[in-house]
Design a binder for this molecule. Structure first.
Ligand code: ATP
Length: 137
């Protein structure tokens, strides 16, 4: 079965939303394959968001991601990548539908609570980055 990488970002952890977010994935039917609370360093944040290195907000994004612990998770199930993206909602919380995680818990794109891999290839790369080879399918 497909795996995807999901991360509760520091604002989500600070606001006590790990439990609510985990509950949504469990209720949807995903199986939890790995979970870890960790403080990431700038190098890992920069590698994780490597595709965005040229964006004007990249420095701010790395500051945000390293501002406190994150909760890194691997969730498994049918069409895990697409199902997780649907649960999480649009990148900009202003556009995210009510009922989605960002639609229900976030106000602004610079603090959008949660990350989910955008493809199976990204998921494999991100799982490797955060969990080494152990959690890979
Ligand atoms: P994620 O990878 O976090 O799941 P995404 O794939 O939905 O998000 P991307 O376009 O890859 O969206 O952007 C990655 C992250 O960069 C966003 O989740 C957000 O935290 C941040 N970001 C994107 N656009 C902006 C912006 N204009 N200003 C500030 N931060 C932004």
């Amino acid at each position: 079965q497909e795996q995807t990488f999901v991360m509760v970002k520091p604002d989500g952890v600070r606001r006590g939303l790990i439990g609510s977010i985990v509950a949504r994935f469990e209720q949807k039917g995903f199986a939890l394959a790995a979970i870890e609370l960790l403080q990431i360093d700038r190098e890992l944040a920069e590698q994780h968001y490597g595709e965005l290195r040229q964006k004007p907000f990249f420095g701010e994004l790395v500051d945000y991601l390293t501002s406190g612990p994150v909760c890194a998770m691997v969730w498994q199930g049918e069409h895990a990548v697409e199902n997780a993206r649907a649960l999480i909602g649009k990148t900009n919380p202003v556009e995210a539908a009510p009922g989605t995680i960002r639609g229900d818990y976030a106000m602004d794109i610079a603090g959008n609570i949660v990350h989910g891999s955008d493809s199976a290839a990204s998921a494999a790369r991100e799982i490797g980055l955060f969990f080494g080879k152990h959690a890979a399918a």
